[in-house]
Design a protein around this ligand. Structure first.
Ligand code: GUN
Ligand code: ZN
Length: 440
């Protein structure tokens, strides 16, 4: 067992609203193995009260620091690390001019390996300890990322990007080579094989990954839906309703469906553990479909602002009551930093405020990148919080890390002021260390 003393931030499990934060000025976090040998939170609370229960335990003391749950990033693309900050008129030209040419490079195992190593190091440097991310349509890109995540004991979910049309030839899924199986059939067999190889190994999980409906034929979406029905605990990830031109294209390709989102439902791809990036251009029927199926939105505000896609409608999402959490969407998104993402979400909600009187509180923003994102993944109580039983993934924040952080945080008079100051000013300089739960 190990014990850490510092200020501790965590979220309520038995209070309303569920994004209410607890802040222990002088806290103790006790970590030790559970029955399966995984390091979890054994106890958490005030140092003075808890210390008596663990008199013999050596305590690591981090004065002036804040221990907080590791961040959960609900959507990103590891192969887009190099194209962060590539400006374009909008999503579709951005895919064509920057994204697809870069993703073609992932046919090379070496290129996959050096990008995967960098990407995971960057997640950890920014305090992200659980990530759902896209690979490319190359099998090797998936194997290499899983192997790197395993080496780092990271909770990571990814999958083979399914795209059997509307992309450059080198990026389309490939057939078996001997003519026995076409690209569609091979991509589904590859997905199944990758599920069997990686899903549930250590902290890894598989996501069935149709890129978005326009890049998949009916046959591929149908096969993806069949896989999703067969492997219930596996995740699904895709994109929906990000950009108006994309929505029009999807509607033209699948005219029989009631909406772009409904296309996914029609192929059996909306269910719990299905995470859809963006979800901007929705009507209430779409929101109801999200709610009734248990699918969740990966809200990606830096990406939406950068690509000019639009604004996630928080007020309508809450009115109808579907699940969402925050995501970097690197490389459409402009930063690995959860602080930058939370700040962008605040700006986006401010845009909605003129319509609905809504503004996001700092506790709610922080919750969306921790417990809320974990809940969207079906992993609440496992990651994203520091309650007893949660896996011991956490960050140690140093509010003194720069002259401005130190000056500003020293005058904060409430928890909300402290959290807001970190959201507004924070970045990787605030994250002094990231601690990952290890199996023993
Ligand atoms: N829609 C389909 N592919 C992509 C992608 O790579 N990034 C974003 N932001 N949207 C997409
Ligand atoms: Zn994306």
């Amino acid at each position: 067992m190990k014990a850490y003393r510092a200020a501790i931030l965590r979220f309520a499990t038995d209070r309303q609203p569920s994004h209410a934060a607890f802040f222990e000025e002088d806290g103790l976090l006790v970590v030790g193995p559970n029955a399966c040998g995984v390091q979890v939170v054994q106890a958490v609370g005030s140092y003075n009260q808890l210390r008596r229960s663990f008199p013999d335990l050596e305590v690591i003391h981090w004065p002036g620091r804040i221990i907080a749950p590791g961040f959960v990033d609900l959507h990103s693309h590891y192969p887009q690390t190099n194209i962060i900050g590539s400006p374009s008129e909008g999503l579709l030209p951005w895919l064509e001019h920057f994204t697809f040419p870069e993703e073609e490079r992932f046919a090379s195992p070496d290129y996959c390996a050096q990008t995967a190593t960098f990407f995971i190091a960057e997640l950890l440097r920014h305090g992200v300890t659980t990530a759902l991310t896209f690979s490319t349509s190359h099998r090797v890109s998936v194997d290499v990322l899983f192997a790197e995540a395993k080496k780092n004991s990271l909770r990571l979910i990814t999958g083979l990007c399914l795209m059997d049309r509307h992309a450059p030839a080198d990026l389309l899924n490939q057939g078996s080579g001997n003519g026995k199986r076409d690209a569609t059939e091979q991509s589904l067999l590859d997905s199944q094989e990758l599920i069997e190889r990686w899903h549930g190994v250590d902290r890894l999980g598989y996501a069935i990954t149709p890129r978005f409906a326009p890049s998949c034929t009916d046959a591929q979406l149908c096969g993806a839906g069949e896989l999703a029905a067969r492997f219930e605990k596996v995740w699904i990830q895709s994109h929906v309703a990000e950009n108006k031109a994309e929505v029009a294209w999807a509607r033209a390709l699948f005219p029989a469906s009631a909406s772009y989102l409904a296309t996914y439902a029609d192929f059996g791809l909306l269910r719990q553990r299905a995470i859809y990036a963006h979800c901007i251009h929705f009507d209430d029927a779409d929101r109801e479909l999200m709610r009734t199926t248990g699918a969740a939105a990966a809200v990606s505000p830096t990406s939406n602002l950068f690509l000019g896609s639009g604004f996630f409608d928080y007020a309508s999402a809450d009115r109808v009551g579907f699940q969402y959490g925050l995501a970097s969407d690197v490389g459409g998104g402009t930063s690995f930093s959860p602080f930058h993402t939370m700040l962008a979400a605040y700006y986006v909600a401010r845009e909605g405020q003129t319509k609905a009187g809504l503004s996001l509180s700092p506790q709610h923003l922080w919750w969306q990148h921790t417990v809320g994102a974990a809940r969207a993944l079906g992993l609440e109580g496992v990651v994203g919080n520091l309650q007893p039983g949660c896996e011991a993934d956490f960050v140690v924040l140093n509010p003194q890390a720069t002259p401005l952080f130190a000056r500003k945080t020293s005058v904060c008079a409430s928890l909300d002021e402290l959290l807001f100051s970190m959201i507004v000013l924070g970045d990787d300089r605030l994250v002094e260390r990231t601690v990952i739960s290890q199996a023993i």
